[in-house]
Design a protein around this ligand. Structure first.
Ligand code: SAH
Length: 359
């Protein structure tokens, strides 16, 4: 089977060019064609016939196919269901802000973490995604925008907050980041990419050594051991205190923050006492808190707190002087909000109405 072109970082491509006596300009030409211009046709410009034949012969240029597109009727959120070569499926979400988008990428088919509040966890882990399947979500979503919302093909932020635990598939995610960051191609800034983790310490160690400029978000969800154990079983193996103390020792770049994500679940982790414990744990750190009102999904065991409870939680955190944002829910009518991704769900052509999963 041919290797995917989209598995090659810029330096991999330089190595291919030099090992095969190709013109040294080839890597720059190809990154410009496929990543900067995002062309889908084979590159024939500024490249010799023999080099172009070499790539056509030795590399596979296909990308995951878009199986279904769900467009929110409430906002401009778009959810894609991608079909992979082995028929597995993954989801990707374009989240609108102003006239631009953030893209929420999946890193695995399913997830091994089995978090009790997450729809993806119910699928279990099927397999890791390869780099080209991660890159492919971005390129295909961009092309869909160029065709369907011309002028809006501006994807300025990348978040690894889709299906899977990105630090549990470190090699492929790292290489995808290398490709996104390359100035010869998409040239996305390090501060525009965020990897979200449930607290997988072996992956955190590699992140801090290998791609420290890429932003990190930690899914914290409760500072209390028993509660976090229930929410994130991984906490029993890698307890929060160890995760936070590890993160504290990582030297951050100027203006770099760690984002702490906190899902607010009604009657479970939403009291003033929970907020004070969280505030005490994070006060004084380069921290930024993202409060995520729980998004319900078919069969979910938790519910979302009322607005006044959410506001009160934030007010307590404000007393600790930690910048806190309540994350607005986008795309929930098409199950595209955080934690609602599950590529096993029955595929519906029509978006679900909120009442169907919001009893
Ligand atoms: N495995 C990674 C990334 C995937 S989850 C992680 O755990 O961080 C991305 C974000 O969505 C995480 O903060 C996660 O906790 C949150 N999330 C998952 N299920 C959710 C739900 N039902 N409602 C709201 N947020 C959810």
């Amino acid at each position: 089977m041919k290797q995917s072109f989209y598995d090659l970082s810029y330096s991999d491509l330089e190595a291919v060019a030099s090992e095969n006596d190709l013109n040294p300009s080839v890597p720059a030409v190809l990154f410009n064609w496929y990543y900067k211009k995002k062309e889908s046709s084979h590159c024939r410009n500024n490249i010799s016939k023999s080099s172009s034949v070499f790539f056509d012969t030795h590399f596979d240029f296909s990308l995951p196919e878009i199986d279904t597109v769900y467009e929110s009727s409430k906002d401009r959120t778009v959810k894609f269901l991608f079909k992979l070569k082995d028929q597995h499926k993954v989801e990707t979400v374009l989240i609108p802000f102003n006239n631009k988008y953030s893209i929420c990428l999946s890193s695995q088919v399913g997830c091994a973490m089995n978090c009790s509040f997450c729809f993806t966890g119910e699928q279990g882990l099927k397999r890791n995604l390869e780099t080209h399947e991660i890159i492919g979500q971005f390129l295909q979503a961009w092309r869909w925008l160029a065709t369907n919302r011309p002028g809006e093909e501006r994807i300025l932020n990348i978040v690894f907050m889709g299906q899977g635990e990105p630090l549990h598939n470190f090699d492929a995610v790292k290489k995808a980041c290398d490709i996104f960051l390359s100035q010869h191609g998409t040239s996305i800034g390090t501060q525009k990419i965020t990897i979200s983790t449930a607290g997988y310490i072996p992956g955190l160690k590699r992140w801090s050594q290998e791609i420290p400029g890429v932003n990190l978000a930690l899914s914290l969800h409760s500072p209390i051991t028993e509660k976090r154990n229930e929410l994130i079983p991984l906490n029993k193996k890698y307890p929060l205190a160890e995760v936070v103390s590890y993160i504290d020792r990582i030297p951050l770049q100027k203006k770099q923050f760690i984002t702490y994500e906190y899902i607010l679940i009604k009657g479970f982790n939403d009291t003033s006492d929970d907020a004070h414990k969280l505030g005490k744990m994070l006060a004084g750190k380069s921290a930024y808190i993202n409060l995520i009102p729980f998004n319900e999904f078919p069969g979910s065991r938790y519910t979302c707190p009322d607005e006044d409870i959410i506001e009160n939680f934030k007010a307590v955190l404000d007393t600790y002087k930690i910048p806190t944002l309540i994350r607005g829910t986008k795309g929930d009518d098409v199950l595209a909000a955080c934690g609602q991704l599950n590529s096993n769900q029955q595929i519906r052509k029509q978006p679900m109405s909120p009442a169907e999963f919001n009893p």
